[in-house]
Design a protein around this ligand. Structure first.
Ligand SMILES: O=C(O)C1=C[C@@H](OP(=O)(O)O)[C@@H](O)[C@H](O)C1
Ligand SMILES: C=C(OP(=O)(O)O)C(=O)O
Length: 443
């Protein structure tokens, strides 16, 4: 049958979600499920540990499910209990690391960068592939590093096959494209015979808090990590202790909900905001205050963000917290004064080229956004309705939802892509706007 007569071969129509427009100030308490970054580190460390462990209130999402499948394929046993809106408790029993398997990384940076070092310890070759766009995400520096440490790898990006043995040792790497190159090597390094010493040479490494998260979680598992020298990390070989730990709520996924307080002049409360955390989302407290919000932390560690009805522009270097850029850019598109976002050229290697995507989609709605070499300039201009494309990027989809709060007629294409880290996004967003007192996960 020819393509023109086969309905099954036709491109399916884009799924458009009418982003709800707020009819007044939002007042809501939003409980967020667990952090993607903490969940996927915790699962991987549990699978490499010296005995059975538990990861509690873990995120259930596409990226987390991909990590679970990858670790199972490599020989760990993971069983779920207590599944609720708050997440799931994973009981993880490590096993001998098994080769001869294929891993699907989807579009998950934490799978494509964190799992190959584990696979290099397997007793046979392990193949990796992912979504079409995943093949474009930068992998070269971590694959070169694994080669330098002893592994054989047949490509410089997805798809590739990796085989050990990997002994570890010293390696120099340019991690300016992604902090995940460093985190990926560090997470497994204690299991390499010689441990690992990583030296970064190149423009500054982004997302330092995510590297701190890696180091902190390794130390909590009894691993010796020396990060006293700038741009160098040393992990001694040794056991990774089995733990029983609980995942913090995902503070980066709080961003669009907190942004709703600014856009509508309302108030959004996030319970269980950690007192101390390495999550990038903690920077929202300062960023949203600069854009005009009143931000307070209440007893019992609730975070409350209250908008005045006016969103102010911002000049911010988001190099350390790049994953907050889509929400900040959406707010900038609704602001009364110009904004400049700097330091985030590495976002071109995220789920999509986020700088190009944000400028294109804001301008498609009548806005005035300009890409720079390392960020965006967004100037105030009245927006109109239209389709906001997500590019299979969960944070683009939620950025479209934020704009839709203030601009009637915004339709977000493929909002289902939010399943990467927050499968309940649409229900939680709708509940926030319809005034349910508490919504989201019960933590
Ligand atoms: O290690 C992690 O969990 C992450 C590190 C960061 O990656 P980059 O350093 O590539 O930006 C961040 O943007 C990503 O969402 C999650
Ligand atoms: C960059 C992101 O994800 P990943 O872990 O796939 O790199 C993100 O969640 O913003």
């Amino acid at each position: 049958m020819s393509a023109t007569t086969s309905s099954s071969s036709a491109t399916p129509p884009a799924q458009l979600w009418p982003a709800p427009t707020a009819t007044g100030p939002v007042t809501a308490t939003v409980q967020l499920p667990g952090s993607k970054s903490v969940t996927n580190r915790a699962l991987l460390l549990a699978a490499l540990a010296d005995g059975p462990g538990v990861v509690r209130q873990a995120l259930r999402s596409r990226d987390a499910d991909l990590m679970v499948s990858a670790l199972r394929a490599l020989g760990a046993s993971l069983t779920a209990s207590g599944e609720s809106a708050a997440g799931v408790d994973w009981h993880v029993t490590p096993g001998p690391i098994r080769g001869g398997v294929s891993i699907d990384a989807g579009l998950a940076g934490t799978v494509m960068r964190f799992v190959p070092p584990v696979a290099a310890l397997a007793d046979g070759p392990v193949s990796f592939d992912g979504d079409a766009h995943a093949r474009k995400r930068p992998m070269g520096p971590i694959l070169d590093a694994l080669r330098a440490l002893g592994a054989h790898i047949d490509n410089d990006a997805l798809p590739f096959t990796i085989s050990g043995p990997l002994t570890g040792g010293e390696v120099t790497i340019d991690a300016s494209g992604s902090s995940q190159f460093v985190s990926g090597l560090l997470l497994t390094a204690a299991r390499f015979d010689k441990g690992v010493t990583i030296r970064h040479v190149g423009p500054p490494v982004p997302s330092q808090p995510h590297i701190e998260m890696t180091v902190e979680m390794l130390r909590a598992a009894g691993v010796t990590v020396d990060d006293s020298e700038r741009d160098a990390w040393r992990v001694l070989p040794g056991p990774i202790a089995a733990r029983d730990m609980t995942v913090e709520p995902d503070l980066s996924n709080a961003a669009p909900f907190l942004a709703a307080a600014l856009v509508t002049g309302g108030s959004v409360t996030i319970p269980s905001w950690p007192e101390q955390t390495t999550q990038a989302g903690d920077a929202l407290r300062g960023l949203l205050a600069s854009m005009g919000a009143a931000v307070s932390r209440e007893a019992g560690s609730e975070l409350v963000v209250t908008g005045s009805g006016e969103v102010r522009g911002i000049d911010a270097d988001l190099h350390e917290v790049g994953e907050l850029t889509p929400t900040i850019a959406a707010l900038a598109a609704l602001a009364t004064t110009p904004s400049r976002i700097r330091g985030v050229s590495h976002l071109r290697g995220h789920e999509t080229d986020r700088l190009a995507a944000l400028a294109t989609e804001i301008n498609r709605l009548g806005g005035d956004a300009e890409e720079t070499a390392d960020g965006l300039i967004v100037r105030p201009r009245a927006l109109h309705g239209g389709v906001f494309h997500s590019y299979d990027d969960h944070r683009m989809a939620t950025a479209g939802a934020v704009i839709g709060l203030a601009v009637p007629g915004v339709q977000v294409e493929n909002v289902a892509t939010t399943a990467k880290t927050l499968p309940e996004f649409v229900q939680m967003w709708t509940a926030m706007l319809t005034g349910s007192e508490r919504m989201g996960a019960d933590r």
